[in-house]
Structure formats: structure tokens, C-alpha cells
Design a protein around this ligand. Sequence first.
Ligand code: PEP
Length: 245
Amino acid sequence: MRKKLAAGNWKMNGLQENLHEIKLLSKYANTATCEVLICPPATLLQSMNAISSRIAVGGQTCHTETSGAHTGDISAQMLADSGATYVILGHSERRSDCNETDAVVRTKTKAAWAAGLTAIVCIGESLSEREASNTIDIIGGQLAASVPDKATGENLVIAYEPIWAIGTGLTPSLDQIGEVHDFIRARLERRFGAGVGRSVRILYGGSMNPKNATDIAQVSNVDGGLVGGASLKAADFSYIIKALG
Ligand code: PEP
């Protein structure tokens, strides 16, 4: 049985004064059956981690190296040292803002694993790729090239995030989400074997909110959500936690 995961991506949002949202959220996390994770800016990792043992914290990226002359960067080991147990890798904003390729994401994933972190590897098609009916090819290619060998149900989570749905209020139909998640599951089973392939969680991400979360949570092979905007307020994120069980 895969435990559902409600993962919040705070992106470049959040100051110490916003930590009260996590105190509010802990009330819901305490009674949730799903796992709850927030990936805040690195500046908040330690203080957020101290608030609730039921809310895991994670990074939003990491460097490929453990340490060295890389001004402004953060290593997977540093994230782990600050209390992180997860790291988001290959988010479409990192792929476009920082030119992160599949090969870079793959190397970062290995670095995350070496530090004992679970990597949440993000993949997703652009609107023009969907309109050209290339979604499945794009997803298959990103999945193959971004995920290293030796994946397990503990060290890997896949997030399917259509780029055109992120922060736009647009979402794919439930059938479209199901088609991609079923495809990812089949590819994971083919590459890693049925045991591992069935144990890796696949999250949906892209404008998930209190209104659509219950329906999305019912789609086959949706094992949780990666949530941006709606994770910033406990009042909204608590509905998504509830929808995931
Ligand atoms: C994200 O950035 O991972 C995301 C899904 O954002 P939003 O929920 O705001 O669309």
C-alpha cells in the first residue's frame, strides 16, 4: 500500500512570520492518515522542522556536489543537516529559470540519495507539447533521463506537473491525469520491476486546490499532490490533506 503524500512547495515565499501557518496546519496533520510535507525556502527549514513531528520538511533543489566553491548553492547534505528528508528536483521553474536538463536532474537525484533524502522528481509537458499530442512521449523521455537506476519506493517520488497547469488555475481533465499517471506507473514497473515500480508514489501537481483535490485524489495512480499556491495557507492546504485521507 502506498501512503498518500500531501506535499507543499512554498517556492520563494515565506518569512519567519509565516511559520504560524505551520502551527495551524499541525492540527490537521496530527489527524491525517496521509504524509504531510512542506518544502519551504531553505532559510525556514530548521525553524519549520521544529514545529511539528507530523510535518516533514524538504528542500526545493540541491547542488550536484556535496560541498565546494559554488557560491549561493546548497547541497543535499546541507538540506539533510537542516532537518530535510525530501528534496524537489527538476521543477519546471528550475528547468526554465536555471537551465536544468534531465541529465542535471539525474545527477542531483543521485546526490540527494547519497545524502539520504527522498527525491521528488518533477516531469511535465508544455501546452504546445500537449496540443501536438506529444505528452506521453515527453513524459516517457523525461522519466527515463531524469531518474537514475537504483530507485526504490523510499528514495523516489515522481511528480507529474503539466507546465501549463502550474500557477494558472488550469488543470487537465481527470482522464488526462489518469492517462499520464497510469503510463508513469507502467514505465516504472517495466524499468524497475513490479515490486519497486508499484511502490514509487506518483503525485499530481498543477493548480490543485480545495475544490478539485477530492476528485483528483480519486484518479488511478494518483498517490498525492505537489501543491504550490494552495499550500501557503493552512486553511487551504488542510482541505487537500483531508482529500488525500
Ligand atoms: C508547483 O509549483 O509545484 C505547483 C503545483 O504550483 P501550483 O499549485 O501553484 O500550480
